[in-house]
Write a protein that binds this ligand. Sequence first.
Ligand code: FRU
Length: 489
Amino acid sequence: MTQTREYTREQADRFIRESKHLLRPDYRLNYHLMAEFGWMNDPNGFVHHDGQYHLFYQHYPYKPVWGPMHWGHARSRDLIKWEYLPVALAPDTEFDRGGCFSGSAIGKDGKLYLMYTGHVVTGPDKDRDYKQSQGIAVSEDGVTFEKHARNPVIGYDQIPEWASQKDFRDPKVFERHGRYYVLLGSNDGAGNGLALVYRSDDLMNWTFIGELARSDGQFGDNWECPDLFELGGKDVFMLSPQRMPAQGEQYRNLHSTMAVIGAFDSKTGRFEMERHAQVDHGFDFYAPQSTLDEKGRRIVIGWMDMWETDIPTQSGHHWAGAMSLPREAVRQENRIIYRPVTELENYRCNAYSEADIWLDGERELPVGGDCYELEVVFEALQAEQFGLKLRVGDGEETVLTYRSDDQLFRFNRDRSGIGPGGERRAMTRLVEGKLGLRIFVDKSSVEVFVGDGEIVMTGRIYPGAASTGLRLFSTGSCRVASLRKWDIE
Ligand code: FRU
């Protein structure tokens, strides 16, 4: 294993320590994980190990822009309060000298294994000329990782000839019936994303067993960050398809996230797709990864930003990128619902509640803020539309609206503040004429869980600090059956 010394973990840690005081606090989130300094994208190596959750992330500490990828590392007992640990991986060996790209983690014999993509630039155009292979790093203490001497453990020569010889990344490792499997994202070179499956008995020697699934033209031209897990007796394949065409109101971002219910055949590696849906219907949610915890919960977390959109903290703030709230995925027949983990409730304070509010027009609430949870149940009655305005201030508002005529729930950030605007919509059915919402606001983010969690919408917003107003509104009369709000500490 040849060492290249342009980047080291020690140098990254030192840089972060010495630069942290430069961070501008304005849009820093209070109960979401961000990089300690610099850039963050995908969640990596999400695992419950030795009594704690570990979450790694794609990280470039030196600037708030994407660069040669390191793995940042944080640890938590409750998924909400995170402790930063030293940078786990730096692009310091031959096979990963262009970056330690996304990957996953698994515990074995008391040790923690990371499996990740080594990215190498092979020519003058770094966006076209590259190759990718998979490596392993191991830790005894869950803090310091040693790269395996024989990396890569899945080399360029193990890519089937019909798959892209360049896009071969984001290993998600899991165990089934006592054997290890890994999924990798790729494409067929003709505009269709696909995923490959390899098997191993020791995490070191891998054999290609088959193609998990492939797009037929409607699911994007390259697949990133594949994941596979059991959920309530079925298999779920979760992925991030690039440049997937929209389907009605779904898949409207440049890159999407999708969860498919179906059946995985571990002998052939084949996944039979039954039904798919978007994981998050908002603006900013990508590259989700899941883990099973000791309570038996399947927890999904995503990067709460999107490629090729403007992130205002990139200029002058010294940081960019955040993780979504951790969400528990539950299967309800042929759909998956997502609920914020219950640990969040431990951070509630300053409770406020009202019930039975008759509404026809706009009503300002005596409470607001920039960091809270809101639970509200609307009864539609005769209203043409109703909803909430969050982070209201001088000319600013973030608007959540349900309209009866088209049954679409809307998240509009055209007047949210600086940063990108736009609207996302999702088909939402009222239950007995009612719509329940759980909304999490945190400095520069909004996450809305509609109904039981059948729709989740996530977006980043960048309002002024004084925009803390909170309003209810309707056109036509409706009733707010209950409203509860807590600040989150
Ligand atoms: C997804 C992704 C992955 C890749 C990583 C690089 O957002 O493009 O496919 O491993 O980000 O940072």
